[in-house]
Design a protein around this ligand. Structure first.
Ligand SMILES: Cc1cc2nc3c(=O)[nH]c(=O)nc-3n(C[C@H](O)[C@H](O)[C@H](O)COP(=O)(O)OP(=O)(O)OC[C@H]3O[C@@H](n4cnc5c(N)ncnc54)[C@H](O)[C@@H]3O)c2cc1C
Length: 409
């Protein structure tokens, strides 16, 4: 056997089985998803894919073996590692409908991950997780509150209370910006169970049919909306049995970190796919569009715009892969995830802006998905921790770790 090459520390090539999955996925997106995007009739009133268009598409994805990439094979998924997911999600989100078609869209993606990690028994997984994996129900993660409640600082500012009475918790409070709540059946709720500054929050599961809560409104946004919107909820005596508490009482913030770390990174994986799509559309246009005697693609200023975005996407992919690699090794990768989230959110905004700019009036129209991506991109710098909060996390790590911040491996 040949001796390992000590100069070959890194290997950026994909294993053959992952590359073959990527190629199958790419062909599926090209054949079944991109044509759907072109027809306005396939969109619902909130500019996402209509449910009756999505459902048959999901059956096709299942039949093609392209379903639930993040979930274990034993539960019907593809069992991909985080690095494997980075490849899959990027390819899937070449289409704006991709993540929903393959059941790897937020918030179900992050909810499935956390439930698969923290639910203790197979019976609990059968009840709360499996229906989401199968695509029979959708789910929501319920944490953020309107002012003066919790946003960037859930530990310090959460007002929604879950008060223990006998063998159950009784919930009162208000939440907002809860993605997918309109139509979800399984909810993960984070609420205050004590005033302890570190262990004051706890997490719970509840089902949509339980009394004591309601959706007050779908909060109108600049859109396009998530499937099921971003909703404002009121809790007025929802009763949750103790057995539906997730982890131990006081572990709400820990559960949030277990959920949000990987969820932030899977956002990055998807956003890289969307960013590449913006360049793809822009490139196709500038190759054929002429102005003052040459194609736009021949103009140096246009090349600089495209080249700069391409470099940002490549940097984002490296940051994302590095964080994914660390998660696969069982590390928290907190600062790597923060770096990826800050950078890829900016990259997506830049890619969409350059795309719209280079297509001129056509970029501003709804004839391509660029304007959809342009509006969607704005929330990337806010969701799952605003960019400023991630920069604060990095500055804190730098202060704490000193030169160790830069350690290899
Ligand atoms: C499309 C969308 C979907 C969402 N989905 C969900 C969901 O499913 N479930 C859920 O629970 N929440 C959800 N959210 C809420 C989201 O997680 C919060 O918006 C986010 O955590 C920021 O909280 P906030 O909006 O209250 O901002 P605030 O906490 O009010 O902060 C406002 C701004 O202040 C700045 N800022 C905040 N903290 C700091 C700091 N420490 N240093 C410097 N600057 C700071 C940032 O610029 C920030 O954008 C969603 C939001 C959006 C837009």
């Amino acid at each position: 056997m040949a001796a390992p090459d000590k100069n070959r520390m890194m290997d950026f090539s994909l294993p053959p089985d992952l590359e073959s999955l990527r190629l199958r996925l790419s062909a599926f997106v090209e054949a079944h998803l991109l044509p759907l995007e072109q027809e306005r009739a396939n969109y619902d009133a909130y500019e996402n894919i209509r449910l009756d268009v999505l459902m048959p598409l999901r059956e096709k994805a299942k039949a093609a073996g392209l379903w639930a990439p993040q979930m274990p094979k034993a539960r019907g998924g593809l069992g991909l590692s985080m690095t494997g997911r980075a490849v899959f999600y990027e390819e899937a989100n070449r289409s704006i409908f991709g993540p929903l078609a393959f059941n790897c869209a937020a918030p179900d993606d992050g909810n499935m991950n956390v439930l698969n990690t923290v639910l203790k028994t197979e019976a609990q997984k059968d009840k709360w997780l499996q229906p989401i994996i199968d695509g029979h129900v959708r789910s929501s993660f319920v944490m953020t509150e309107p002012h003066p409640g919790s946003g960037s600082d859930p530990g310090g500012m959460m007002l929604t209370r879950a008060e223990k009475r006998g063998g159950k918790y009784v919930v009162h409070g208000r939440k907002w910006f809860i993605s997918g709540a309109d139509g979800a059946a399984h909810f993960i709720l984070v609420a205050r169970t004590s005033d302890d500054p570190r262990n004051g929050l706890s997490a719970f599961l509840f089902h949509k049919d339980q009394p004591g809560w309601k959706i007050l409104r779908r909060v109108p946004t600049m859109g396009p909306d998530e499937l099921g919107g971003t909703c404002e909820l009121e809790f007025d005596g929802l009763e949750i049995p103790e057995e539906n508490r997730l982890m131990e009482e006081g572990d709400g913030l820990r559960l949030t970190q277990i959920r949000l770390g990987p969820a932030r990174l899977t956002h990055c994986m998807r956003w890289l796919g969307l960013s590449k799509r913006c360049l793809e559309i822009a490139h196709a246009y500038v190759k054929q569009r002429k102005a003052v005697g040459s194609t736009l693609a021949e103009r140096e200023s246009v090349q600089i715009m495209l080249g700069e975005v391409a470099a940002e996407i490549a940097k984002g992919r490296l940051l994302t892969m590095h964080a994914a690699w660390k998660l696969d090794r069982g590390e928290k990768a907190q600062k790597e995830i923060s770096m990826a989230k800050i950078h890829v959110a900016d990259t997506l905004n830049r890619a969409a802006d350059v795309g719209v700019q280079l297509l001129g009036a056509r970029g501003y129209s709804k004839d391509t998905v660029l304007e959809w991506i342009y509006r969607y991109a704005r929330c990337a710098k806010l969701v799952d921790g605003a960019s400023e909060v991630h920069k604060m996390v990095l500055a804190r790590s730098l202060a704490k770790e000193g030169n160790d911040f830069w350690r290899w491996g």
